[in-house]
Design a protein around this ligand. Structure first.
Ligand code: PLP
Length: 262
């Protein structure tokens, strides 16, 4: 079988825990061939983000055009986009090249509390990117931002929020319940036919959770072309993340909140 080409459009994390570095490790671990278009550089360690240097939108466009005029892409993972200009450059490429299997992780704020998307760009994510994605993977704070409401932390609100995210035009929504408390972590997948599937996994006790969102969305993008449907890809991607969390404490990558272990 030919190897799937998976493209990450995301920011750089020099600590190797999140962003394109995490994406590329995940693509390789799950049998994909990784490609990457960088949207922003961060100065970052396990202690947090010290600075962000956004790549000019025209140059993001140029990276995409140069790559896509040449390479076949089987799936796309979109992560940190920084600002509206970069979002527009990505939207243009999604349309021009009719890119398949687009998994959008609507990254807004890092676990360290640092902003990775300018607040005035949330509207462009909501109206221009969400409707173009085959799957969006918001956590609870990101879902609340997209819906323009306060965060709510219970499973029944999650169901209702996931359905309203579909109403925003998302083809599929994987609403991640990692911010809820409990012994397991539960995510909800709402599909175009209105069905909701629940995915639960053991909650791993570790402070080293840097890059969990990047890893999950990248794993889904890599697995989807290799599996029959999103449901199978999500189940396996979640298992992959659980194992990466289980081994996170074996790493020694800094003194702060460390990365998961690919
Ligand atoms: N840095 C970059 C470049 C990212 O893309 C992300 C998340 O998507 C983060 C940092 C934050 O990762 P976390 O919130 O898991 O610490």
């Amino acid at each position: 079988m030919r190897t799937c080409n998976i493209l990450s459009i995301a920011g750089s994390d020099p600590s190797g825990g999140a962003g394109i570095q995490a994406d590329l490790k995940t693509f390789s671990a799950l049998g994909g061939y990784g490609m990457a278009v960088v949207t922003a550089l961060t100065a970052q360690s396990t202690a947090g983000v010290a600075g962000v240097q956004e790549v000019p939108a025209e140059f993001v466009g140029s990276q995409l055009e140069t790559l896509l005029n040449d390479a076949r892409v089987d799936a796309v993972k979109i992560g940190m986009l920084a600002n509206t200009g970069v979002i527009r450059a990505v939207v243009k490429a999604l349309d021009a090249y009719e890119l398949p299997c687009v998994v959008l992780d609507p990254v807004m704020v890092a676990k360290s509390g640092d902003r990775l998307l300018s607040p005035d760009a949330i509207d462009a994510v909501r109206t221009e990117l969400v409707p173009r994605a085959d799957l969006i993977t918001p956590n609870l704070p990101e879902a609340a931002e997209l819906l323009g409401e306060n965060e709510r932390h219970d499973l029944s609100s999650m169901r209702e929020q996931a359905e309203r995210l579909v109403e925003l035009g998302a083809t599929r929504v994987l609403l991640k319940g990692g911010h809820l408390s409990g012994q397991s972590s539960t995510d909800l997948l709402v599909t175009p036919d209105g069905l909701t599937e629940t995915f639960s996994a053991e909650r791993i006790a570790t402070r080293n959770t840097h890059g969990t969102g990047c890893t999950l969305s990248s794993a889904i993008a890599t697995l989807r072309p290799q599996r029959r449907n999103f449901s199978e890809a999500v189940r396996e991607a979640k298992d992959y993340l659980t194992e990466a969390l289980r081994h996170a404490d074996e790493l020694d990558a800094g003194r702060g909140k460390g990365p998961v272990h690919h």
